[in-house]
Ligand binder design. Structure first.
Ligand SMILES: [Zn+2]
Ligand SMILES: [Zn+2]
Length: 323
């Protein structure tokens, strides 16, 4: 992986280009970078699918003009497959996604094909919303999807296992949605502190959490140990969402009897629908989910490798590249 100078993309008729103002680094970028995510990944490609900026150039017939502030929903579903027709466009069979399918946001300028524009995926961004906030609509939309899959009832006691940026978004969203009590399980003391400051009622190390009896557990880091802990500390007929991706090529040990005897409902979660992206933007715009508070580190585009190294070490909560 490296930094290269390439010609600016030229928009196709009906399409446009966006000059990037903020592009956040996501766990998925790190998984692609380390070769842990391979499905649908085109090589070489420009990473980055959480970004926002201003319209740079417009192709003929585009209703946008240069300089407009925009967010982009970076996953486009086909609209016709059986999953799209049943409202599950996040698992569309013909998904086109930025950051590995299309060249992504770790760049100065990004190309947006006509299909994205026509589908409404370019969304005007209110002036009061920062570019960083808009860039975080994508991960929040994935979190909205995860909690929708799980079906979190108001008043529930929920535990979030893993307090990285995704886990913290789960905390914020669960709080906004009226969870009764939010526990967080996280090894690092600094991140436990972050979880408390972002709305968790308690934050425990994995070895301190065995006494919990929660209604719902969200596994927000791809660790089989934490998935097993989730199964143990969820009450009978509780809900478990395996939100995080787990390492490819490993078949972890999982306590199937905990699910069997506990009659748990276990769900997975992948990606986001366009409706969830708009919902996430609205939750951020209204302040209900203060996603911007996750950004702890900012790097220029020339510092992209440094940014990725910092994320790999686990230093920042959310790192943003601001070309
Ligand atoms: Zn992401
Ligand atoms: Zn589809």
């Amino acid at each position: 992986m490296g930094l290269e100078t390439v010609p600016d993309p030229v928009p196709e008729p009906g399409g446009l280009t966006i000059r990037i103002a903020a592009a956040a680094i996501c766990g998925t970028d790190m998984r692609i970078y380390k070769g842990l995510k391979t499905r649908g990944v085109r090589l070489p490609s420009v990473l980055g699918h959480e970004f926002a900026g201003v319209v740079e150039e417009t192709g003929s017939g585009t209703p946008w003009r240069k300089g407009q502030r925009v967010a982009l929903c970076p996953a486009l579903a086909c609209g016709t497959c059986r999953f799209c027709r049943s409202g599950a466009s996040n698992i569309c069979e013909g998904l086109t996604a930025y950051g590995y399918g299309l060249d992504g946001g770790f760049a100065e300028v990004v190309n947006v094909p006509r299909a994205f524009v026509e589908a409404g995926h370019v969304i005007s961004q209110p002036d009061e919303m920062s570019f960083e906030q808009a860039a975080l609509a994508e991960p929040l939309a994935c979190v909205v999807n995860g909690q929708a899959r799980m079906g979190l009832a108001p008043g529930s006691h929920v535990v979030v296992l893993g307090a990285g940026p995704i886990g913290l978004l789960h905390v914020m969203l669960a709080k906004a949605r009226g969870a009764g009590r939010i526990s967080v399980v996280q090894r690092s003391a600094a991140r436990r502190q972050a979880a408390l400051s972002m709305g968790a009622d308690e934050a425990l190390g994995p070895e301190e959490a065995g006494h919990l009896q929660v209604d719902a557990a969200i596994v927000a880091v791809g660790s089989a140990d934490l998935a097993n802990l989730a199964a143990r500390i969820t009450r009978p007929r509780g809900r478990i969402n395996l939100f995080a991706g787990f390492p490819v090529g490993e078949l972890p040990r999982f306590d199937l009897n905990a699910v069997h005897y506990g009659e748990h409902q276990v769900t997975g979660a992948f990606g986001l629908t366009f409706a969830q992206f708009r919902e996430a933007l609205a939750l951020i715009a209204s302040g209900e989910v203060p996603a911007g508070s996750l950004v702890t580190h900012r790097f220029p585009l020339g510092g992209a490798m440094e940014a990725i190294a910092a994320v790999e070490k686990g230093a920042p909560l959310k790192a943003v590249i601001t070309p």
